[in-house]
Design a protein around this ligand. Structure first.
Ligand code: URA
Length: 217
């Protein structure tokens, strides 16, 4: 099934697996970065935790391996996840653009737009309980006109109802080691936030069950 979305784009919605989804968009996307990149970068396993992290764009290691956050920034991300009792296998990690930009420059607006349907399709498939944005590009996708340096460590509710948690990009802490402690503190805040999300999900489920029981009377 195809759904018409913004800018005359179509989004296919009936994928059986994430692998199938990525293979579809690897062919059906107009991102110019694919001309210079080795391959698209993506994960194929849905997250058991329901948590989805979004970075900016693949770097050199990711471009070579076809998997997100496998370089130095990825190692630091693993460390941060460990602090809150999570592993990489339990979360889903993706990027705003799926191909490495040349010389690790920022992705352009045009490149981000070209990968937008791909990311939206991933979000629809994974249906995360929380989206954690890594860095300003990912934050701007969900919470426009915000500044990562003032909004990091905070949660937002997107107009779709999805919870978004703003985090610095792990690579930023590699360039500026002062940010390492800030990121560790923000991950602890994320851990607390996840508890409130879980409580709300539990409450909503109970309410739904209660309504179903009443409707049976
Ligand atoms: N930085 C990103 O934003 N994404 C990756 O996959 C790796 C580094």
């Amino acid at each position: 099934m195809k759904v018409k979305v913004k800018d005359n784009c179509f989004m296919k919605t009936d994928f059986e697996t994430l692998k199938e989804l990525h293979q579809h968009y690897a062919v059906h996307n107009k991102c110019k970065l694919k001309e210079s990149a080795t391959q698209p970068v993506y994960e194929i396993d849905p997250p058991s935790s329901g948590i989805l992290f979004i970075g900016e764009a693949p770097g050199r290691n990711e471009d070579l391996q076809g998997r997100p956050f496998v370089g130095a920034a990825g190692k630091f991300l693993d460390e941060l996840l460990q602090i809150i009792g999570l592993t990489r296998e339990e979360v889903y990690v993706t990027n705003i653009v799926k191909y490495k930009p040349p010389n690790n420059r920022d992705p352009s607006d045009e490149e981000k737009k070209a990968c937008r349907v791909w990311l939206n399709s991933e979000l629809l498939f994974v249906n995360p309980k929380v989206i954690v944005t890594l860095g300003r590009h990912a934050l701007a996708r969900f919470v426009p006109s915000t500044n990562i340096s003032t909004e990091h460590g905070q949660s937002f509710t997107h107009s779709t109802g999805i919870s978004v948690f703003a985090m610095y990009h792990p690579a930023a802490a590699l360039y500026n080691p002062n940010l390492k402690d800030t990121m560790k503190e923000d991950f602890l805040k994320l851990k607390e936030f996840l508890k409130t999300v879980d409580k709300k999900i539990k409450k909503d489920k109970e309410k739904k069950e209660e309504i179903n029981e009443i409707l049976k009377m």
